[in-house]
Ligand binder design. Structure first.
Ligand SMILES: Nc1ncnc2c1ncn2[C@@H]1O[C@H](COP(=O)(O)OP(=O)(O)OP(=O)(O)O)[C@@H](O)[C@H]1O
Ligand SMILES: Nc1ncnc2c1ncn2[C@@H]1O[C@H](COP(=O)(O)OP(=O)(O)OP(=O)(O)O)[C@@H](O)[C@H]1O
Ligand SMILES: [Mg+2]
Ligand SMILES: [Mg+2]
Lengths: 166, 157, 157, 166
């Protein structure tokens, strides 16, 4: 399993047209000026995977994730992110070479999830990802500016981190 | 439950020793604070850089904490291997030699898992298979892909 | 009390507008959330980078937050001018153009106050009057002073 | 007023011999490898100025500030930091061109403060520095890794920051 592609629409600094980022396995790097949208790409990935804590995506409420620059409107005011996983090793228990997880959020904050373009719900997505060890609780995403905090975990936090993964 | 935890603890501890030593030439390891009462006590994470005494991970320098943290995250892989990692400027406080050490380890580990790294440092960009340049145009983000190693030099936009 | 606060607020707000515009070409300012009940309400800090809409300082990017924060700290100077500042790697998340903007402003401000900056970036080191190189020997810190601008290149120790 | 010199003895990574750092007015920069002692120099300055919160100096308790590498002992096990301020503008209400503030802490955690080599107490030091706007509450020291947090202050915290300075 690896991330093959992310399609972003109306999410944070990405306008109301599809922006596609094609990834490859291995080590890939994203760079660019401050404020260009690097962290927002990572936010778009965890958003599609079901992340619901606004603070983790650096907003005060989920609705602030919708692109808010006027003049770019060409479609509905909504945020959409689709993550395409390469699933040729079938680690995600779905019988397809690519697993596409899509999340849409409209301006009322209503969310709709799709698995390979078919409607589903959040807990189904979370379960599938957990089975592939690709879920949100994996400690595999380190937000900007927080890496040293992992070394500052208390001794209980360190124990709990291992306990949670068993 | 106790035995399952101890097996997991040993796996992570062993992996920490391996990765930290390979990366820095020093030693790092975990210690149970109270083996008789594991679930009401904690775990110490001890770090010893070359030519320095051992210290708890909480009282080393900022750059040293970065390396110790990444080693901890990678070692947890032994319990539940993640297929991919999302790292956002984890190398911000590293000096040039340590950035280099970090990117070497990640390059090696990227054979097993995918690493999507946001970084402003050359050492990572040089080793990455693919580089994405993100740039704003009137506040809207655009992404371009660079196949060759020459990263988009960050020009004032 | 209310008038004293309003005078202070105006001073800081005016200074923020001045410094932020000079530094980035954009605009930044303070707004009282409720002028009728100042001491039970808060202050909004609004930031507008060139070609971007205005946004609260809490929802801009990491590098943008760094610049906004430094401007806020410098603007407070108008209320109580500090004779010196201790900044520890405040430029860690800045790209090259913004590091340059930051060090220009600090160089200017350093005519009034002293700035002691820990930095790993070239842009600051180039502008500093004096550079100190710190290096460990068997875990003990030693300090050397470099009069010329050539910073001690950080070699793996 | 500016910081002219800092003399550090037995404080964190500085051994039990005097290490002197001479500063100049203007913009000065400290650089060097990770773990070499850069942040510890700044910690030594705020320690001398009366900082008593261990967490701000990145230790669990004040006694951990004493240099702990064996084999370097040549004198008593204590931490001492002296900050020499240029006071030719007399902003610090003391009648001398240089004001030297010294703090010593022994292994029992007992602190002794000196002003121009004469014993005094912590609150006297704090008052003098406050009068020169050089005290600890000035928001003039930004610890490593915390700068973006200033932009993340809540609207109450921003108001209080201004209130505290009036
Ligand atoms: N809802 C939104 N609509 C439009 N733009 C947004 C929205 N939310 C955030 N932004 C903008 O997105 C921009 C990019 O943010 P992001 O954090 O991804 O930058 P970055 O490339 O990671 O920068 P840095 O190098 O400073 O960390 C910011 O300038 C921010 O103002
Ligand atoms: N009581 C002590 N005795 C001896 N050494 C100590 C003590 N406390 C901390 N140290 C050591 O001081 C060293 C330097 O720490 P410091 O935080 O100043 O590094 P730094 O130069 O700021 O590095 P970075 O670039 O990573 O931020 C650390 O390696 C730490 O282990
Ligand atoms: Mg970012
Ligand atoms: Mg440091």
């Amino acid at each position: 399993v690896h991330v093959k592609k992310v399609e972003i629409f109306g999410f944070k600094s990405f306008g109301f047209k599809n922006t596609t980022v094609n990834f490859e396995p291995g080590l890939v790097s994203i760079s660019g000026p401050n404020g260009s949208g690097k962290s927002n790409i990572l936010d778009a990935i965890i958003f599609a995977m079901g992340e619901n804590k606004p603070k983790v995506m650096r907003v005060d409420k989920l609705r602030s994730l919708i692109h808010d620059i006027e003049g770019n409107r060409r479609g509905p005011r909504m945020a959409r992110s689709s993550v395409h996983f390469d699933n040729s090793d079938r680690k995600i228990p779905v019988d397809s070479d690519t697993v596409e997880i899509t999340r849409e959020m409209d301006e009322n904050g209503e969310n709709t999830y799709y698995l390979n373009k078919k409607p589903t719900n959040r807990s189904h997505i979370l379960d599938l990802l957990d089975m592939a060890n690709a879920g949100l609780g994996q400690l595999n995403a380190v937000q900007q500016g927080t890496v040293t905090r992992i070394s500052e975990f208390t001794s209980e936090e360190k124990r709990k981190t291992i306990e949670d993964l068993i | 439950k106790r035995q399952t935890f101890l097996d997991a603890f040993d796996k992570v501890d062993k992996e920490i020793r391996l990765i930290f030593n390979k990366m820095t030439g020093g030693n790092a390891w975990l210690e149970l604070q109270n083996e008789d009462d594991i679930f009401n006590s904690g775990i110490s994470y001890l770090i010893q850089f070359p030519n320095k005494p051992k210290r708890e991970s909480t009282s080393i320098s900022g750059g040293e904490k970065t390396l110790a943290a990444i080693v901890f995250v990678l070692a947890l892989q032994k319990l539940k291997p993640s297929p991919f990692y999302l790292f956002d400027e984890v190398d911000a406080h590293l000096d040039a030699p340590n950035s280099e050490k970090l990117s070497k380890i990640l390059e090696e580990r990227s054979k097993e898992s995918q690493f999507i790294m946001v970084s402003l440092k050359d050492s990572v960009v040089q080793k990455a298979k693919l580089i994405y340049g993100v740039y704003p145009k009137n506040g809207v983000s655009h992404v371009v892909t660079y196949k060759d190693k020459r990263a988009p030099s960050v020009k004032a936009s």
